[in-house]
Ligand binder design. Structure first.
Ligand code: SF4
Length: 264
């Protein structure tokens, strides 16, 4: 019996190619069905990969290699070492929705021009309760938040909404999974940054070499993340988004120092 597929998945599968990429996974056509694996395992010996049932992928994607909960399933860090051999397109639907909930439907809505994209301003403007004041962030701060909070190191969704004059993510920059409106993680990050903005500003005169050391420390913390820090814990100073915000700020300071020196 021919499986009944959603129009979204039918549209996705109609793309040309022996294999299709969705964020961190590869979907290979393997008649009469499809084989799924992590893109970094494409050349691995298939027999050595753990066989997962399509229904098991949802749970598999909920934790990373350290066993930490992944609040954003489109964040880089999907565990490797598995394969999934759904025999029918219907099982493929279960597998993909388990790994990346709503991704194919969002992709299809963009392709069929029915997607509703919500800008940062529109999104924060409708927040209530503890998030109400996020709308008070000025453009400069909102820009920094989005640059640090949505970059490819923390999220592979392609941002189609914008703030201030920040361009949307280009095709091929992150993945084909679209982001149609700011997510809860970004909102919480924005709330935390806004709260930090009330802290007194510290005048910290540093030599350029010292700024270089600070930048190296932040880069090190980003490449060797503290296993105890949860992605969603924005109160933690070593939170990956907070580290990126500081890294970008230090780069801005270094650039501002560079320019007058070049001009003089
Ligand atoms: S708002 Fe940013 S972090 Fe959240 S899903 Fe969209 S692109 Fe990713």
């Amino acid at each position: 019996m021919t499986p009944i597929l959603s129009p979204a998945l039918t549209g996705w599968l109609s793309q040309p190619g022996e294999s299709l990429r969705l964020a961190e996974i590869v979907i290979r056509r393997r008649p009469p069905g499809f084989l799924l694996c992590h893109h970094e395992d494409v050349r691995a010996t298939e027999e050595l990969l753990l066989v997962l049932e399509p229904e098991a992928l949802r749970e598999w994607s909920q934790t990373d290699a350290r066993g930490m909960f992944r609040p954003n399933r489109t964040a880089p860090g999907l565990r490797r070492g598995w394969k999934c051999l759904p025999l029918t397109g219907a099982a493929l639907e279960v597998a993909l929705d388990g790994l990346y909930p709503g991704a194919i439907a969002d992709w299809y809505s963009v392709q069929s021009k029915t997607a509703t994209v919500t800008s940062f301003r529109e999104f924060v403007g409708r927040q209530t309760g503890i998030y109400r004041r996020v709308s008070e962030l000025d453009d400069a701060h909102a820009l920094r938040i989005v640059q640090a909070g949505c970059e490819s190191g923390v999220c592979l969704r392609r941002r189609l909404w914008t703030v201030a004059d920040l361009p949307t993510d280009g095709i091929g920059e992150k993945s084909e999974v679209p982001c149609l409106e700011p997510c809860a993680l970004l909102l919480e990050f924005a709330r935390r940054v806004q709260a930090l903005g009330k802290d007194p500003e510290v005048d910290l005169p540093l030599r350029t070499g010292e700024i270089d050391t600070l930048r190296a420390c932040v880069d090190h913390a980003l490449t060797q993340p503290d296993a105890a820090v949860r992605e969603g814990d924005m109160a933690a100073p070593l939170n990956p988004r907070r580290l990126r915000l500081v890294r970008n700020r230090l780069a801005e300071i270094a650039r501002a120092e560079e320019n007058p020196r070049k001009e003089s």
